[in-house]
Ligand binder design. Structure first.
Ligand code: MYA
Length: 224
C-alpha cells in the first residue's frame, strides 16, 4: 500500500516486515515511478510469454537475453522480500506487494481508491490471471478481494490481518475490465467485519465476507 498512517513498531508484528527508512518522500516518489516503468515492461513480458507463438530457436534466444538482464538486476539486491517501508513523514511503500506492489509484475496492479465508506478499484485482468478458459482463476479473485477488503478494514490508519475470508463465486469472472468494492460492515473490539465484491458489466461475479483482526500491540490508528 502507498499512503500515510500510523505504523506498528518493527517488533510489534510477528512478520517483522515494517522497516523505517530515512528516504525523503520526493525521492520515494521518484524511485517508485522508475520502478513502476520497469515493472510495466516485465508485466508485458509475462503476457507476451504466455501468448507467444514464435519458434523454438527464437524462444531460446529470448531466454538467453532475459537471463543476462536478470544477472544485471542481481548485481544489487535486497537480502530478502521488500516488506513495508515508511519514512518520518509516514509515507509508506511496499513495492513487493503481490496485489499492488510497484516493483511486482505479478501484481495486476490494483490501485485502491478510499472514499468515505467504500474502497473501490478498477482493474483489467489479462491472460496471466486465467483459471478456467477465459475466466479469472478463483484464487486470484480471492487474492484481490483479500487485499481490497484488508485495505477497507485498515481504513488507511491501522494494521488488520485477514482472519477468515468466505468467498461466493456466483458465476465465472471474465478476464477483462472488472470493478472491486469493499466496505466495513461492523466492528467488535479488534475484529472488523468486511464485505467485498468483484463485478463485470453484468453485475457481481464474486462476493466475499471477511473477518479482519487488529493484532495485539499495533496502534489503533491515529490518522493518515
Ligand atoms: C499500519 C500498517 C498498515 C499495514 C498495511 C495494511 C494493508 C492492508 C491491505 C493488505 C490486506 C492483506 C491482508 C492479508 O493478506 S493478511 C495475511 C493473511 N493473514 C494472516 O497471515 C493472519 C494470520 N493469523 C494471525 O496473525 C492471527 O491468528 C490473528 C492476528 C488473525 C488473530 O490472532 P490474535 O491472537 O490477535 O487473536 P485472538 O486469539 O486474541 O482472538 C481475538 C478475537 O478474534 C477472533 N479470531 C481469532 N482468529 C480468528 C480468525 N482466524 N477468524 C475469525 N476470528 C478470529 C477470536 O475468536 C477473538 O474473538 P472474540 O473471542 O474476542 O470475540
Amino acid at each position: 500500500m502507498t499512503g500515510r498512517r500510523s505504523f506498528p513498531e518493527e517488533s510489534a508484528v510477528g512478520v517483522g516486515g515494517f522497516v523505517r527508512e530515512d528516504t525523503p518522500t520526493a525521492e520515494v516518489d521518484r524511485r517508485e515511478a522508475v520502478m513502476a516503468s520497469l515493472t510495466g515492461t516485465v508485466r508485458e513480458l509475462i503476457d507476451a510469454t504466455i501468448r507467444t507463438t514464435v519458434d523454438d530457436d527464437e524462444v531460446h534466444r529470448i531466454r538467453d537475453g532475459l537471463a543476462a538482464l536478470v544477472a544485471r538486476l542481481r548485481t544489487a539486491q535486497l537480502p530478502g522480500p521488500a516488506g513495508i517501508r515508511y519514512n518520518a513523514e509516514l509515507r509508506s511503500w511496499n513495492w513487493g506487494n503481490a496485489v499492488m506492489g510497484a516493483a511486482n509484475a505479478i501484481a495486476p496492479p490494483l490501485r485502491v481508491q478510499h472514499d468515505s465508506s467504500v474502497c473501490h478499484a478498477d482493474v483489467v485482468l489479462g491472460a496471466a490471471y486465467e483459471g478456467p478458459p477465459g475466466l479469472v482463476h478463483g484464487g486470484v479473485s480471492a487474492m484481490l478481494l483479500d487485499h481490497i477488503m484488508g485495505e477497507a478494514a485498515s481504513a488507511m490508519r491501522r494494521t488488520a490481518f485477514t482472519g477468515t475470508l468466505t468467498m461466493r463465486y456466483r458465476r465465472g469472472t471474465p478476464l477483462g475490465p472488472l470493478h472491486l468494492e469493499a466496505s466495513i460492515v461492523r466492528e467488535e473490539g479488534r475484529k472488523i467485519f468486511v464485505a467485498g465484491s468483484i463485478s463485470d458489466a453484468g453485475g457481481a461475479t464474486v462476493e466475499a465476507d471477511g473477518v479482519f483482526i487488529q493484532p495485539v500491540g499495533t496502534p489503533a490508528g491515529g490518522g493518515r
